[in-house]
Design a protein around this ligand. Structure first.
Ligand code: PRP
Ligand code: URA
Length: 209
């Protein structure tokens, strides 16, 4: 699994344990999701392109590097991916944000698309597709296909919980995409939920159940 990075830092382990707990309420769940997204973003932005520049310290002029404005796109998969956006924006406030709306059909587990709005010029940007859950992999594989149709090539996928079935699906569909996750769980259950997982991420983020 060469293009898979599991960010198994002690801070991540601590926060993911709190996030999974069924006793964690919606407000704390949201905060933890944002914090975990920041920690993922730190790891996933390692290879991002920077522009050389100069800056003046109080003592002298020196060389520096800056992220290029207008060269980074964050693309959450609705709904649950929205819970990760602010975590990434904290580090990259200049990023553009696109949205892909998908939900999983409960019977077939196939993604049903209902919305798509991507930033102009995304073809030349570093694209961070985000969704906390990589289950069957159908939703992410479909979303990345949509992003690729724009001509974008530098695409990374960030999730909080993944499972082997989702990783296999995504690697088969998009072997060029680097995957970053906080944890790699055991397996899917018969209803397509990740075990041990954290339940339905969208419902837990928005308190809908
Ligand atoms: C969840 C999750 C992913 C998808 C993962 O969304 O946020 O998008 O399931 O499943 P997959 O890997 O099997 O495709 P859901 O369909 O529940 O929609 P929601 O975020 O609107 O609740
Ligand atoms: N979507 C979720 O929100 N949770 C899962 O475990 C699987 C898909």
């Amino acid at each position: 699994m060469s293009n898979l990075t599991i960010v198994d830092h002690p801070l991540v382990k601590h926060k993911i344990t709190l996030l999974r707990s069924k006793f964690t309420e919606v407000q704390q769940f949201r905060a933890l999701m944002q914090e975990l997204s920041m920690l993922l973003a730190y790891e996933a932005t390692r290879g991002v392109r920077v522009e050389e520049t100069t800056c003046e310290t109080p003592l002298m002029k020196t060389a520096g590097h800056l992220l290029s404005p207008g060269k980074i796109a964050i693309v959450p998969i609705l709904r649950a991916g929205l819970g990760m956006v602010d975590g990434l924006l904290n580090f990259m406030p200049m990023a553009r944000v696109g949205h892909i709306g998908l939900y999983r059909d409960h019977e077939s587990l196939k993604p049903i698309e209902y919305y798509c709005k991507l930033p102009d010029g995304i073809a030349n940007m570093e694209v961070f597709v985000v969704d906390p859950m990589l289950a069957t992999g159908g939703s992410v594989a479909h979303s990345i296909s949509i992003v690729k149709k724009t001509g974008a090539t530098r695409i990374r996928f960030l999730c909080v919980v993944a499972c082997p079935e989702g990783i296999e699906c995504l690697k088969k569909a998009h072997p060029d995409v680097d995957i970053f996750t906080c944890v790699l769980d055991e397996k899917l259950n018969e209803r397509g939920y990740i075990l041990p997982g954290l339940g339905d991420a969208g419902d837990r983020l928005y308190g809908t159940k």
